[in-house]
Each structure stands twice: as structure tokens, then as C-alpha cells.
Design a protein around this ligand. Sequence first.
Ligand SMILES: Nc1ncnc2c1ncn2[C@@H]1O[C@H](COP(=O)(O)OP(=O)(O)OP(=O)(O)O)[C@@H](O)[C@H]1O
Ligand SMILES: [Mg+2]
Length: 113
Amino acid sequence: MKRIEAIIRQEKLEDVKASLEKAGYPGMTVTSVQGHGKQKGVTQQWRGMEYKVTLLPKTKIEVTVVDADVEKTLQAIKSSAYTGAVGDGKIFVVDIADVVRIRTGEHGEAALN
Ligand SMILES: Nc1ncnc2c1ncn2[C@@H]1O[C@H](COP(=O)(O)OP(=O)(O)OP(=O)(O)O)[C@@H](O)[C@H]1O
Ligand SMILES: [Mg+2]
């Protein structure tokens, strides 16, 4: 099992949700986050003063899936979050040791789908 943790543009959330809906997914967690990548935020002009914005608002989507569904989930997120400009985001794929569905006590893949 893997947790797919995608940090995307806020305005892409609805597109990414729709794309995941089409691909099928077992559940998601969405969080508002702040961050920066390689460009360390953007430098903006404001009243002639240059200042550096180091943290930008982004949206994090976490979806934990069985290994067999990793590729289709990545594809769904990549295709819908893409604009081609810097700041499109990043996807981290993390190994998950176990999952427990609290209601039934199921563990592992049985607790996911
Ligand atoms: N190495 C990282 N570790 C943790 N979070 C990261 C990392 N890289 C990017 N992020 C998160 O992803 C968000 C979007 O990053 P961004 O798309 O700007 O990445 P990038 O590597 O700079 O790529 P690009 O050159 O396309 O902008 C950041 O605001 C930050 O929240
Ligand atoms: Mg960047």
C-alpha cells in the first residue's frame, strides 16, 4: 500500500477530485498547506518595492491505495493538476505499513477498498 501525497495548486482541487472520481479511489484527505519548491516562492513587485514571498498557499491531497492502483492514481492526478507553469506541484509516494478500519477491525488491503 502507498500513500499518494499530492501538493497541487488550490484552484486545481475540483479538477483533481473529478479526475480521481473517474479513476476510482478509496478515500481522500485534503488539507490547506503552505510551502515552496525550487524557486523558493516568487518575488513580486509591490509599490516599487521588491519583496520575497517564501511560502505560497497550496492544497495537499492524500489518497492511500493498494499497490496495483498506484499508477492509475498518479496518472489521474498528474493529468488534472498540470498547467505546464512552475508551481504545478509535486507528488510524493510513501510506503504504508498498515491500515485499520476502525469500525470492523480489518487490517491491510481489506481495510482500504
Ligand atoms: N522537496 C519538497 N519537499 C516538501 N514539499 C515540497 C518539496 N518540493 C515541493 N514541495 C511542495 O510542493 C509545492 C509546489 O512545489 P513546486 O511545484 O513549486 O515544485 P518545484 O520543484 O519548484 O517545481 P517547479 O519548478 O515546477 O515549480 C510547494 O509549495 C511545497 O509545498
Ligand atoms: Mg516551484
